[in-house]
Design a binder for this molecule. Structure first.
Ligand code: HEM
Length: 138
């Protein structure tokens, strides 16, 4: 079980590297002047590669979590609350893919300030998940 949990944490930490950094690239894309095509292309390339990297990590975070949950009989209100937050993270991940498509098509209308707040959402969710899974308050 501990090997599965270590793999789970490895997947989760790597996934969060993407969840934290991709919206930061969106902040820079939203700030890039319209006439700086080279900078926009470079940022779009980085964002595309990062999204491709973080997607399998998100899937493996869920698979390893399900393995822990269903394979080792974990239960409790904390796990249900955690699953709701994990579902929210998966929606956030998918929405990042939508935002990337908007940037690629030149459709983005959101400001860099909006993306700065958007960037903080996974930080808050991670904090709550950590308290739930380590303290198991209910
Ligand atoms: C469907 C998705 C997931 C399921 C079913 C799941 C389930 C579990 C289970 C059953 C454990 C073992 C708890 C224990 O040993 O006390 C665990 C550990 C952990 N999970 Fe997940 N998890 C999922 C996704 C995530 C995500 C997305 C995060 C981060 C936001 C996360 C963070 C953690 C942490 C930090 C631990 C270690 C807790 C400890 O050692 O006390 N998990 N997970």
């Amino acid at each position: 079980m501990l090997v599965v949990k270590a793999l789970h944490l490895w997947m989760v930490i790597s996934w969060f590297a993407g969840l934290f950094y991709l919206p930061r690239i969106f902040v820079n894309l939203a700030m890039a002047p319209a006439d700086s095509a080279a900078e926009r292309e470079r940022l779009l390339l980085m964002a595309g590669k990062l999204y491709k990297f973080m997607t399998p990590l998100g899937i493996l975070s869920v698979v390893s979590g399900l393995w822990l949950w269903l394979g080792y009989g974990f239960a409790g209100g904390w796990l249900h609350a955690k699953l709701v937050l994990v579902a929210a993270l998966l929606v956030y991940h998918g929405h990042c893919g939508r935002l990337l498509a908007d940037f690629r098509a030149g459709r983005n209308r959101r400001s860099h300030v909006w993306f700065r707040f958007y960037n903080e959402l996974p930080v808050v969710v991670l904090l709550v998940v950590l308290f739930l899974v380590v303290l198991k308050p209910f």
